[in-house]
Design a protein around this ligand. Structure first.
Ligand code: AMP
Length: 409
């Protein structure tokens, strides 16, 4: 990721042991365990959703800091699916029909009137795992019961959103917003299901690629006009000054594009294929958005990127932690390096810098490769990810396969 033409130092808190000391653009990275409020900086970028929903951006802005990331009011777009749906309906942004449910018998009558696929979501945060899409009415009812009872997701499932099932290719569009204006990053596609051919349960994402050949500049502009800008307007009309990243998860249905979710940050694994393609200047761009006046827009290299996620045994239900990871060097990159490959760490740990990396989370690593087109990036991403191993590793084998094939026609 190229941050800027000038010297930029990035401090990450809490960070992880696989973070490199320097980024390809030259910026240095250091890790610091202190909270963001105690770190000196010109700009704070809040990455994960939980501190955003909990109001960290408000706290830091209140202390006079320059921050990129919405306050708790705007972060509700991700923190509550019911709030997000209400806002989208107000803003006339196309989205799946929905019903907000707190009682089991309400759910039974709603589901009886729908045809499959049935889509059940927790209202609150569930790390990408609170969504069930199923053709079985029995499974849908059992899932609503488990969520409402608190057994499955605690308080996050006390309210459930049932949605009309949509069909079509998915597209993730991340926009940088300054409260009034928004500019898009390159579209990407992620793969939510655990297994090949979209089998198995939903996950936080098992791989991604960018660009999406079928989403060109003009469709991107259309998606911004239809989905992102009206959302920003609706937030503003509620007095919400949204300065941060707005990630729209879209489905390109036969009846036109529809929003299926918003995240209030860079989503992963999309970020792992979008940011490596970014041309220099990210730091200045993020500062301009945080200051309320975006200058410029992100630009991207022609190369394509594919990332393959390596997940722990038992993920997503109950990841098995502690396995030793082979194939990585002391710097956390491939021991046996390949040009154009970056290994991003998510769920890894090690006792000291000379010890091997261990599995410490559900999604463990994302292996990204850049290539002249999707087919080349895909071959390299798999060649690289095949050099890494641990007990029970789970990976999909079909990330970007269809897009690479279509690109060749
Ligand atoms: P979400 O966390 O809301 O993005 O949902 C996770 C995944 O579930 C999405 O990426 C889709 O693959 C699927 N999904 C969510 N909502 C719908 C829907 N209304 N119709 C069909 N699939 C959906």
């Amino acid at each position: 990721m190229a941050l800027a033409g000038c010297d930029v130092n990035v401090t990450v808190t809490p960070g992880n042991p696989g973070m490199p000391g320097r980024l390809p653009g030259g910026a240095s990275i250091s890790i610091d365990a202190r909270p963001a409020s105690e770190l000196e900086s010109d700009l704070v970028v809040i990455g994960p959703e939980v501190p955003l929903v909990d109001g960290l951006a408000d706290e830091l802005r209140g202390a006079g800091r320059l921050v990129l990331g919405p306050g708790a009011d705007g972060a509700k777009l991700e923190g509550s699916k019911a709030f997000m749906k209400e806002l989208l309906v107000d803003a006339q942004v196309p989205t799946a029909g929905h019903w907000t449910i707190t009682e089991l018998d309400q759910a039974a009558s709603v589901l009886a009137g729908l045809s499959p696929p049935y889509v059940i979501k927790t209202d609150g945060l569930a790390a990408g795992k609170g969504v069930l899409v199923t053709d079985s009415l029995d499974e849908a009812m059992a899932d609503v019961a488990a969520k409402l009872s608190g057994d499955a997701f605690g308080a996050a499932g006390a309210t459930v959103v049932i949605e009309e099932g949509l069909m079509g290719p998915e597209c993730s569009l991340i926009a940088l917003c300054d409260g009034q204006r928004a500019v898009p990053f390159a579209p990407a596609q992620d793969f939510k299901r655990l297994e090949d051919r979209d089998g198995g349960p939903n996950t936080g994402g098992m791989g991604a690629y960018s660009p999406m050949p079928e989403v060109d500049e003009s469709l991107t502009a259309e998606l911004m006009d239809l989905c992102v800008l009206p959302t920003l307007d609706a937030l503003r009309s509620r007095g919400i000054d949204y300065r941060g990243l707005l990630y729209a998860g879209l489905m390109l249905t036969e009846a036109g594009p529809k929003v299926i979710e918003f995240n209030v940050r860079f989503g992963d694994p999309e970020a792992q294929v979008i940011l490596p393609r970014l041309c220099p200047g990210l730091f200045e761009l993020l500062c301009s958005a945080a200051n309320g006046l975006i200058e410029g827009r992100p630009t991207f290299v022609e190369q394509s990127a594919v990332t393959v996620v390596l997940a722990a045994a038992g993920y997503p239900q109950s990841p098995v932690l502690g396995a030793t990871i082979s194939g990585l060097g002391a710097d956390g990159q491939l021991a046996d390096g390949l040009d154009g490959v970056t290994v991003f760490h998510a769920g890894t740990a090690r006792s000291d810098p000379s010890a091997p990396f261990l599995v410490a989370g559900g999604r463990v690593l994302a292996v990204t490769a850049l290539g002249e087109d999707l087919a080349a990036a895909r071959v390299l991403a798999y060649q690289a990810s095949d050099r890494i191993d641990f007990d029970g590793v789970q990976r999909r084998h079909d990330i970007a396969a269809r897009a690479a094939e279509e690109e060749g026609r």
